[in-house]
Write a protein that binds this ligand. Structure first.
Ligand code: MD3
Ligand code: FE
Length: 272
């Protein structure tokens, strides 16, 4: 196991904390079958899973921030959050370990990122992590495709919204207390398909801007643990960023002792 990067200890967990169901380095998705819906229907002890609950009351909190941009607070159960954290810890260890992405002008991002399916670096996707260790990235698991489809159904309240949605990459971002993400557009994908974002751990301020400029007008909203955000339609190419994480706001029951984890599923539109 690699030594945790500074500030990354909360995500890695204590040294030697391998436990039952922890994903291995190579597979990266051991134990993950329980994210495929089994958790929702069976093991949550009678509690209704937000991800499957179609009752009208919980939709009061669903908000369309801009056309195609829908925030669904508290979509993931705590059990699902823990499963995702476990899966992400496995991917963070390898095949290509999580790292601070180097920027073309020589800086590094304060956020740490590991990719599955395709490896992203500014400004291209490849199958191998050429700026890390050259390893081929972990396969994008079928259960995450299914989770992405259910996210679209929930966000757009349309049982057909997930049909034909097959995300093939996810960027997994870990934020320590100081990490930020500047305003940017995600334009490397050759597809206008929606981006599905899942947040776990500390709450952040998420800044959703416009498609024209990096600056105002923008809307600041808080993304908390378990929140789903879908960016589709005209919002897909809007500028956005994370100006601040609120340390200590997460519940350790999510599986994260500190910091914030964000998973964004995308369709690259690439072959091979
Ligand atoms: C809107 N991540 O990985 S998630 C990113 O919280 C990224 O880690 C942020 O921006 C995070 O690129 C924000 C929300 C998000 C992700 C992708 C988008 C919003 C988006 C792509 C297009 C429009
Ligand atoms: Fe982004």
């Amino acid at each position: 196991m690699s030594t945790p990067l500074p500030g990354f200890e909360d995500f890695e967990g204590p040294a030697g904390a391998e436990g039952p169901g922890r994903p291995g380095v190579s597979g990266g998705h051991g134990g993950s079958d329980r994210l495929d819906g089994a958790v929702d229907s069976g093991e949550s002890g009678g509690r209704h899973s937000p991800a499957d609950d179609q009752s009208p009351d919980r939709h009061d909190s669903r908000r369309e921030i801009a056309p195609g941009a829908v925030h669904v607070p508290g979509w993931l159960t705590v059990a699902q959050q823990r499963e995702l954290v476990t899966a992400c810890r496995g991917w963070a260890r390898g095949p290509a370990p999580i790292r601070h992405t180097r920027l073309p002008r020589g800086g590094v991002m304060s956020v740490q990122t590991v990719c599955i399916g395709w490896h992203w670096q500014p400004y291209a996707y490849t199958r191998t992590a050429d700026d890390v260790n050259g390893a081929r990235v972990a396969e994008f698991p079928v259960w995450m495709v299914d989770l992405g489809r259910r996210a679209l159904v929930e966000a757009y309240q349309d049982s057909a919204a997930g049909d034909g949605y097959t995300p093939d990459t996810a960027l997994i971002n870990f934020y320590d207390d100081q990490a930020k993400l500047g305003m940017h557009q995600d334009k490397e994908e050759r597809s206008g398909a929606p981006v599905v974002s899942l947040s776990i751990g500390d709450t952040c301020v998420f800044r959703f801007g416009n498609t024209e400029t990096r600056t105002k007008p923008y809307t600041d909203i808080e993304l908390a643990s378990g929140d789903l955000f879908v960016f589709g339609g005209p919002s897909r190419f809007a500028y956005h960023g994370v100006p601040k994480v609120r340390p200590g706001t997460g519940d350790p029951a999510s599986g994260l002792a500190g910091g914030r984890l964000n998973i964004t599923m995308r369709v690259t539109g690439l072959d091979g």
